[in-house]
Design a protein around this ligand. Sequence first.
Ligand SMILES: CC(C)(COP(=O)(O)OP(=O)(O)OC[C@H]1O[C@@H](n2cnc3c(N)ncnc32)[C@H](O)[C@@H]1OP(=O)(O)O)[C@@H](O)C(=O)NCCC(=O)NCCS
Length: 185
Amino acid sequence: MERQKIDIIDRIKIVEAQRKDISGIAKVLEGTLKQDFVYGPHDFNENVDYSFSASLEREHERVYVAKENDEVVGFAWFMNHPPNNGTAILEMLAVGKDYQRQGIGSYLINESSNLFVESQREAGINLRTLHLTTNLSNQGAQDIYTKAGYEVAGEIKGFVGDGNVEVVMVKRISDEPCPIEYKTQ
Ligand SMILES: CC(C)(COP(=O)(O)OP(=O)(O)OC[C@H]1O[C@@H](n2cnc3c(N)ncnc32)[C@H](O)[C@@H]1OP(=O)(O)O)[C@@H](O)C(=O)NCCC(=O)NCCS
């Protein structure tokens, strides 16, 4: 396992995505979360291009790509839309089909979370938590998130429609306590 970790650090670079990386992100999505970008009058590639181009322009969003040589093999997409009491979202995480189960996802989520939290700190926002939702039956995703420090905080039934259950997972970022006015009695 330790050997694999060293190999990953040598092989994979985690960097902020640029416009030129969007086609690589689309390739990763093709074999993973394609259905999320199949909607409306435009095709899959147009929807991916639209979403990520817009995201790259937003001050409080970040997309990080995992690259092997110059190829995008995975990405993580974070959103922080203040005012939100120091909470931000890990919107999407994916590793290309041919690159899964090699430790890339774990490396990506850890490195990119640190980069994102730091980027927001530099923008004057101290994040208190990161959160996400994932399908209850996506055990692989829950395992990787748990290993990255997220804890299951609840379930949302019917979130994507009848028959769907999403798990909410939360990761604590700072020791700063919840503001008194948000405490539940
Ligand atoms: C979830 C995902 C990002 C994991 O990426 P990855 O590079 O394969 O993850 P890693 O190799 O770092 O695996 C880390 C751990 O996660 C768990 N895990 C990952 N994939 C798993 C799977 N298919 N089944 C069970 N556990 C899995 C394991 O505990 C694994 O540790 P191990 O290999 O030592 O057993 C990847 O499978 C993926 O892109 N899936 C499709 C998109 C998706 O479901 N995204 C998350 C919801 S938005």
